[in-house]
Design a protein around this ligand. Structure first.
Ligand code: SAH
Length: 269
């Protein structure tokens, strides 16, 4: 797949940002590059892990863009209040719909309304569990907006009003949505052409074909009395592919009966 040129004049896009000056990055932004807008009380946590390694290099090259939007500046009153006690009582605090709504409206500027072109996600343990299929769908879009909750989460009305899709990182409760947002952005961005050096490597990874990946080995040929499987050193590409396929099937059958059943059902079709 062609890699977009990284040094071409007049291709940088400009957009309004609610990110404080001091954390503005000097990374270029290629026009049309996939963009993640992240609404968060902790913009300083971004790019976080996304700034390292391949995702970080791709960000610097402008293959994708990141726009943290600081929720605090949309807060009300002198103290820029963003949360309040839950209606009906109970422990904790709920993020206010007026505050979150203003931040999401800001995020909406310059983004298409069509959720297929621009998914709007609220990170939430109540959401559908995130899968590789989500990452593929998000990567096909022009960008996405991610709302990170804190405390007890956000007022339900803002989820309804903005038609937010709730997506969960898994069946556990985090303190905030930022780790989940970074995980989802990472899984998405690595599917964008040019982000991984070797585009073929996303094609035979875990989940790509509905199976877990086969075991991997490298040098040395023998380590602590354990040898690299002979077939991998044979140079026989047909045999190697067969072995890897059999291992992928074995691991999936043993570890993920759910994926294995779906795989068998697809084969029957
Ligand atoms: N009271 C909520 C949990 C709030 S945790 C409940 O019981 O459902 C605070 C914030 O962390 C949430 O608003 C959400 O944005 C984020 N979060 C927590 N667990 C998450 C998960 N598994 N996936 C995605 N986001 C999560």
């Amino acid at each position: 797949m062609p890699v977009p040129p990284t040094k071409s004049h007049g291709r940088l896009a400009i957009s309004a940002s609610a990110k404080p000056r001091e954390v503005m990055s000097d990374t270029p932004r290629l026009k049309g590059a996939w963009c993640a807008k992240v609404v968060t009380l902790f913009p300083e946590l971004f790019p976080g892990v996304l700034g390292a390694s391949l995702t970080g290099k791709a960000l610097q090259r402008g293959l994708w863009a990141l726009e943290p939007i600081d929720l605090r500046i949309f807060g009300t009153g002198k103290h820029r209040q963003v949360d309040d006690t839950p209606a009906g009582g109970g422990a904790g605090l709920v993020m206010k719909p007026d505050v979150v709504g203003r931040a999401l409206s800001m995020a909406a500027t310059g983004a298409p309304d069509d959720p297929a072109r621009w998914p709007r996600v609220y990170l939430s343990p109540r959401g559908k569990p995130f899968t590789q299929a989500h990452a593929q769908r998000f990567a096909q879009a022009e960008g996405m907006t991610l709302l990170c909750g804190r405390f007890e989460g956000v007022d339900e009305r803002v989820i309804e009003a903005f038609g937010l899709e709730e997506v969960s990182l898994g069946d556990f409760v985090l303190t905030g949505g930022e780790i989940a947002a970074q995980a989802m952005i990472d899984a998405t961005v690595r599917l964008i052409p040019g982000v991984l050096g070797n585009a073929a490597s996303t094609e035979d990874e875990s989940f790509a074909a509905g199976l877990l990946e086969h075991p991997q080995y490298t040098q040395p040929r023998e380590w602590q009395g354990r040898a690299v499987p002979e077939v991998l050193l044979s140079g026989n590409h047909g045999e190697i592919a067969k072995w890897r396929r059999a291992q992928a099937e074995r691991l999936t059958r043993e570890r993920r009966p759910d994926l294995w059943a779906a795989h068998l059902a697809r084969k029957d079709e």
